[in-house]
Design a binder for this molecule. Structure first.
Ligand SMILES: [Zn+2]
Length: 285
């Protein structure tokens, strides 16, 4: 194990809220769907406890409102409570006033339920990019201290390939912490979570994080979702082949891979790694 502590993050949402399912599941149907997030978060919290890892939970206001116990449990077990916005709308689909309401309401509700300051925000589907950089002004206005909302890659649903790959001050007092990418022959590749983690053999994912730590000398940012460790989740009928593949590929193997990943590296909360005084990013727990 190398000496660098990486950041572990979980986007707290249910399987039916995934952006790629939006064409198939209307928002109005969310309440009628079988909920899996409580069970999945309970499993994740136990996994983290077993490995003595503290992580960051970017939690949806929609989930917090219906399952406040999840929020209290995250805080009680020593993890960082952060915001994934309220209704899981892409930031790029909202105008400034609607975005302000979404991120402001989520922060207020989470702080109320959790009794802690909510410092971090992650946009659904990494939806801050070159066309809506005003979103950073709004986050700053709301009192967020960091964001993890830009993915510096090319992707059909998101991404801003020419933006910085490492944490940087994007507005005074507001840091953007991009999800980790590997740079190879002038291009950035996703290397820290999401569908790629399920698709690629575990050894490749581990190698990418090791390589990032070694070459860049920085903390990686890894992310996953509660539904990714849930092979029993109800299947959504009628979805196109690409969406089906991306959502379900190797879904039965992810929990054991996460378990392995937690043991193979040192991990910590986003706020402790990226908001701490200089140099903390490089130190092991
Ligand atoms: Zn999300």
């Amino acid at each position: 194990m190398n000496k660098i502590r990486n950041a572990m993050s979980i986007d707290v949402e249910d399987y039916f809220q995934v952006s790629a399912f939006a064409p198939y599941i209307a928002r109005g149907e969310w309440d009628a769907r079988e909920c899996r997030v409580e069970r999945n978060i309970a499993r994740i919290l136990d996994l983290l406890d077993a490995k003595q890892v503290k992580a960051t939970f970017f939690t949806l206001g929609w989930i917090a409102q219906r399952y406040p116990q999840i929020v209290r449990e995250i805080v009680a077990r020593g993890h960082e409570l952060a915001s994934h916005g309220f209704g899981h709308e892409r930031a790029s689909d909202l105008d400034r006033a609607a975005f302000l309401k979404d991120v402001g309401d989520a922060k207020a509700l989470l702080e109320d339920l959790g009794g802690v300051e909510v410092k971090g925000y992650r946009a659904p589907s990494f939806s801050i990019g070159k066309d809506n950089l005003w979103a950073f002004d709004v986050l700053q206005e709301c009192g967020y201290r960091y964001s993890s909302s830009v993915y510096p890659i090319e992707h059909d649903h998101y991404g801003m390939p020419d933006s910085p790959r490492f944490a940087y001050e994007v507005r005074p007092g507001l840091i953007e912490v991009p999800v980790t990418t590997l740079r190879w022959r002038g291009k950035n590749y996703p290397s820290s979570g999401g569908g790629w983690f399920r698709l690629l053999p575990y050894g490749v994912s581990r190698w990418m994080i090791e390589r990032f730590n070694r070459i860049e000398g920085r903390s990686a940012v890894f992310y996953f979702h509660p539904w990714e460790i849930d092979p029993e989740q109800p299947r959504i009928p009628g979805i196109d082949a690409k969406t089906r593949f991306r959502h379900y590929v190797n879904i039965g193997r992810t929990e054991s891979r996460i378990e392995q990943l937690l043991g193979d590296f040192a991990w910590g909360r986003m706020d402790e790694i990226f908001l701490a005084p200089t140099g903390a990013e490089r130190l092991a727990a």
